[in-house]
Design a protein around this ligand. Structure first.
Ligand code: BES
Ligand code: MN
Ligand code: ZN
Length: 501
């Protein structure tokens, strides 16, 4: 991870390979920009005149300089009144990606534009400075654990934030440390998702969770096949029975608000590989189904983050981990499973396995008499048709909770969009010979909603929201993401938990 530090120093005095200079939309140079422009013999004003730079969001222009900085990267951040932390996060990400490509090792960023935007707004300067660190840290993620080291590879190793306001020094410092924790957590989720299915098995997830809990103030227990059998988790066990990899129900408890307060329970789908089972998926692109444990990666990373930030909330994380394989012992279409809730389920398609493991995990969640339940799951391909890689779908039983999640999504860029769940949808989950069937009859459509409709009877009466991240856990399209795993949901949930406590 890139090292980020702060220096109290005017940007023009700071020696660096490249100075990132955030600029609001401009028609001519003034202030610091004018000074730099003069030292560059008018290169910036020429760029503005020739429309090569105007300060529009995420616009960049790299210039050579003979000053203390050998290069200057002009970075557009848009109209001052429209600047938000998320926009700065995106701009910083764009900037470091340009500088990484140009093989810089150590760079600095001038914060003066952010300081003037935040003038008079308490806490905003620190928040914007933190967003620079967050965007830079997130954008430079690469998953290269399985690649031989390239000795000639140059990495962007250091970013110095240049702050001239001594009064804000400690606030900027705190923001940097917070950003580092967020970046670390998102990277953990991305790592877990990126590792292939022959590394990340249910057992691996359980070991990861135990280790993580030990390092933080979190308790962890793992239920194996035997314990699950005792509890009657026939639905989760049904999915796992075709695989040689034993399933795991991972339960994490973080108590930051005293023992008495009802917790928020976060439930994650942890299918470490989804072949579809006997309802086998087509071969093309099946490798991507190693990401089918993204909901569990987000759950584990969020718990770690919440503990490291010492949030005053109570949170329980539950991960339903199993591998979905076809074999002589696998469940078949038509099989009927008995879930922990007592409800029976006719399995009409073994590829709709996520809802089967979640059903028992949601029932287990009821033990905690939760204040609210959030489940995260790469549940349906249909959500890609509805929302692409731009937003996750949210479906639930409580409009106020959904609104708060939407607000958190806007604030963090991890957008969520509500889809409906009506009684008619729920009716379509009724089976002719069991209580429920795991897919609706042909022609019902509304694939993402039908996934949620199946989960609803297991979710309890307290506020509950299902988040379908099948389109955003992988290939999420933001300047601070790269190809593959995004870690979507960690920043969303942190914001949600902080705003609603
Ligand atoms: N894990 C998949 C959903 C998925 C699809 C995740 C694409 C990421 C990208 C899930 O288990 C699944 O197979 N869902 C089926 C449901 C269907 C059988 C009702 C689907 O979406 O096709
Ligand atoms: Mn599936
Ligand atoms: Zn799946």
């Amino acid at each position: 991870m890139i090292k980020i530090n702060q220096k109290i120093e005017p940007s023009l005095n700071h020696k660096t390979e490249c100075l990132i200079l955030p600029c609001v939309e401009i028609k001519k140079t003034t202030g610091l920009l004018k000074e730099i422009d003069d030292s560059l013999q008018g290169a910036i004003s020429a760029a503005i005149k020739n429309k090569r730079f105007s300060g529009k969001p995420n616009q960049t222009l790299l210039l050579n300089s003979t000053g203390k900085a050998s290069n200057i990267l002009l970075l557009g951040i848009g109209e001052a009144k429209e600047v938000t932390a998320e926009k700065i996060c995106q701009a910083a990400a764009t900037a470091v990606k340009v500088l990484e490509k140009s093989k810089f090792k150590s760079v600095a960023a001038d914060l003066s534009a952010l300081e003037s935007i935040a003038k008079g707004k308490s806490g905003l300067y620190g928040e914007l400075a933190g967003a620079v660190a967050e965007g830079a840290g997130l954008a430079l993620y690469h998953f290269d654990n399985y690649k031989s080291k390239d000795k000639d590879d140059v990495q962007l190793e250091k970013l110095t934030l240049l702050n001239t306001s001594k009064a804000q020094q400690s606030s900027v410092e705190k923001s940097i440390s917070r950003a580092e924790k967020i970046v670390h957590a998102v990277h953990i989720a991305r790592d877990l998702i990126s590792h292939p299915g022959n590394t990340v098995t249910p057992t691996y997830l359980a070991e990861h969770a135990k280790k993580m809990a030990r390092k933080n103030k979190i308790t962890c227990k793992v239920l194996g096949k035997k314990e699950m059998k005792k509890l009657g988790m026939g639905s989760l066990l049904g999915v796992a029975q075709g695989s040689d990899e034993p399933p795991a129900l991972i339960v994490l408890e973080y108590n930051g608000a005293g023992k008495k307060k009802a917790p928020t329970v976060i439930v994650g789908k942890g299918i470490t590989f989804d072949t579809g089972g006997i309802s086998l998926k087509p071969g093309g692109g099946m490798d991507e189904m190693k990401m089918d444990m993204s909901g569990s990666a987000t759950t584990l990373a969020t718990l770690e983050l919440v503990a490291s930030l010492k949030l005053k909330v109570n949170i329980v994380g539950i991960v339903a981990a199993a591998e979905n394989m076809p074999s002589g012992s696998a469940i078949k279409p038509g099989d009927i499973l008995k879930s922990m809730s007592g409800k029976t389920i006719e399995v009409l398609n073994t590829d709709a396995e996520g809802r089967l493991v979640l059903a028992d995990a949601l029932t287990y969640a009821q033990r905690y008499k939760p204040k609210e339940v959030i489940d995260l799951a790469t549940l349906t391909g249909a959500v890609l048709h509805a929302l692409g890689h731009q937003a996750a779908a949210v479906i639930g039983n409580n409009p106020a909770m959904i609104q708060k999640l939407k607000d958190a999504g806007e604030a963090t860029g991890e957008r969520v969009w509500e889809l409906p769940l009506w009684d008619e949808h729920e009716k379509a989950t009724k089976s002719d010979i069991a209580d429920l069937k795991n897919i609706a009859s042909p022609g019902v459509g509304a694939g993402t909603t039908m996934g949620a409709a199946f989960l609803k009877p297991f979710a309890g009466d307290q506020p509950w929201t299902h988040i379908d991240i099948a389109g955003t856990a992988w290939g999420f399209d933001r300047p601070y993401t790269n190809k593959g795993a995004s870690g979507f949901g960690v920043r969303l949930l942190l914001n949600y938990l902080e705003k609603t406590r």
